[in-house]
Ligand binder design. Structure first.
Ligand code: ZN
Ligand code: ZN
Ligand code: ZN
Length: 369
């Protein structure tokens, strides 16, 4: 996929416009998903300042350490027609940005800017109010373009290919860490550029939603929660969970797994434009609560996904935001019985004009191997 489709040069103007509407004077975007979204530039986050300065009035420029200049010039940011302003090791790039920007009342800082940098900007721009750039960029970033949807489908297919191999990695007698190592390798082989996380949670560890890997030896008859994801070269992320069992699962587990599968299905079925995030959460939660497992579903139903694994919109009680075509998010209810076992089923969905399109297609039944 061409970067011009995924990262169109019109983003610069769209971000400027959104900043103007929000009453900001400029956006200051350091390396991370906000900068990549606006420019396509996957810059290294370093203590040395790289920053796209996008004033509402006036010309945008990219402040960049001299040694990063060749990388910036070879990045998609070079298509934007913004001036690259290199700084030398002994310069103060914060003072230089402030001088060039002039007096500004309010600036939006990239959500993932380091405190190391935001506090330097506060000193260099005394009296300037700092807000999160995310408040301005969220609407743009939430609504995925057709090229972004294609990138998420590609990421979904890649992680599905990894799940297809998991039964071959999982055997009683192996440790979670050994299995996790094989999965991490497969994530890269399937086309990801980065392994974001590998959760292999066996037996009682399955009751901890974000358990990662341990030296625990997997036992026969144990359910194993496998939640994995990575970032593709496009920048877009994958994230999918399936539950496997080495031999027949405990009866108590089989009973609630069935409930969980119905809950996940109900939430996926609830997705369509105009429906609120919280009602999608409720669609899953109601099924689980009706069967008496409500207190064991201890997290929100899902999170948005794109250039970040967790981004807006969050599928959670209290979020009245209506879904719109192009929104991309996970549906991942879980049931966790402390000390015993747990389960979660997770797919990424795109809200289309009429419903939800899953990008993950592996079977959702318990995989008994
Ligand atoms: Zn999670
Ligand atoms: Zn996940
Ligand atoms: Zn997730």
């Amino acid at each position: 996929m061409e970067s011009s489709d995924l990262y169109p040069i019109t983003r610069l103007a769209a971000a400027r416009e959104a900043a103007a509407v929000a009453g900001l004077d400029a956006l200051l975007l350091t390396p991370g998903p906000d900068l990549r979204y606006v420019t396509g530039y996957e810059a290294l986050p370093l203590e040395r300042l790289t920053c796209l300065v996008l004033p509402v009035k006036g010309e945008a420029f990219l402040t960049v350490p001299r040694l990063e200049l060749p990388a910036a010039e070879h990045s998609p940011a070079s298509r934007l027609g913004v001036e690259f302003v290199p700084w030398e090791e002994t310069d103060d790039p914060y003072a230089a940005v402030a001088a060039r920007l002039g007096g500004v009342a309010r600036v939006g800082l990239a959500d993932r800017m380091w405190a190391l940098q935001s506090l330097r900007f506060r000193d260099a721009l005394p009296g300037t109010e700092q807000v999160l750039a995310g408040t301005v960029l969220r609407d743009l970033r939430m609504r995925k373009s057709p090229a972004e949807v294609a990138a998420l489908r590609e990421a979904g297919a890649a992680i599905d290919a990894v799940h297809a191999q998991v039964p071959g990695f999982l055997r009683a007698g192996r440790t979670e860490r050994e299995v996790g190592r094989d999965i991490a390798e497969a994530i890269i082989e399937a086309g990801h550029s980065i392994v974001d996380f590998v959760i292999v949670a066996s037996g009682p560890n399955g009751a901890s939603p974000h358990h990662e890997l341990s030296g625990r030896v997997i036992q026969p008859g144990e359910p194993v929660v496998v939640d994995i994801g990575g970032q593709m070269p496009s920048g877009y992320c994958s994230d999918s969970t399936r539950v496997y069992c080495i031999g027949e699962p405990p009866a108590a587990f089989a009973k609630y797994y069935d409930v969980l599968q119905r809950a996940q299905e109900a939430a996926c079925d609830a997705v369509r434009p105009g429906v609120s995030c919280e009602s999608v959460d409720a669609a899953a939660r109601d099924v689980i609560a009706a069967e008496g497992y409500g207190e064991y579903f201890i997290h929100r139903t899902g999170h948005g996904i794109g250039l970040e694994t967790h981004e807006e919109p969050y599928i959670v009680a209290g979020n009245a935001e209506p879904l719109a075509p192009g929104h991309a998010f996970s549906i991942e209810p879980g049931i966790y019985l402390p000390g015993a076992h747990g389960a979660r089923i997770e797919d990424i969905l795109i809200c289309t004009e009429e419903s939800g399109e899953r990008v993950n297609h592996r079977p959702r039944e318990l995989v008994v191997g």
